[in-house]
Structure formats: C-alpha cells, structure tokens
Design a protein around this ligand. Structure first.
Ligand SMILES: [Zn+2]
Length: 67
C-alpha cells in the first residue's frame, strides 16, 4: 500500500512541477521535462536531451532539479 497523502502530493505538484506542453527547453525549444532551479533563484528548463547533456554540470553545482 502507498501511504502518500493526497494533500501533500497536491501541494508539491502545485508549487514545484507544473511543467506543461507550454514549457520549452531553454536550449533548443523542445518540450521541457525538467526545471533546474539555480541557487540564485533563476531557473532553466531542459528537454530530455539537454538534461542529459548538462547533467554532470548540474550535479556539480547547487542546483535543484524539478521534474
Ligand atoms: Zn533541449
């Protein structure tokens, strides 16, 4: 059984992962699958290809990935 509360899931979805078909990769314009939130509060959107390309650089910095 999954004990995740529906309320907690709704809050997380609301604030964090509201990526839609309108959200586009900042590098190539493909549909974004992940939002990278930088330590300074800026965020970048990445498609699957560019997420893989920048994954190592992202992991080396204080960047939060939201997908
Ligand atoms: Zn891209």
């Amino acid at each position: 059984m999954n004990a995740t509360s529906p309320a907690a899931t709704a809050v997380a979805t609301d604030q964090a992962s509201a990526l839609t078909a309108e959200d586009r990769c900042d590098r190539c314009g493909a549909r974004a699958v992940t939002r990278a939130v930088l330590a300074n509060g800026l965020d970048l959107l990445f498609c699957g290809h560019h997420l893989r390309e920048y994954e190592d650089a992202i992991k080396a910095k204080d960047i939060t990935l939201i997908s």
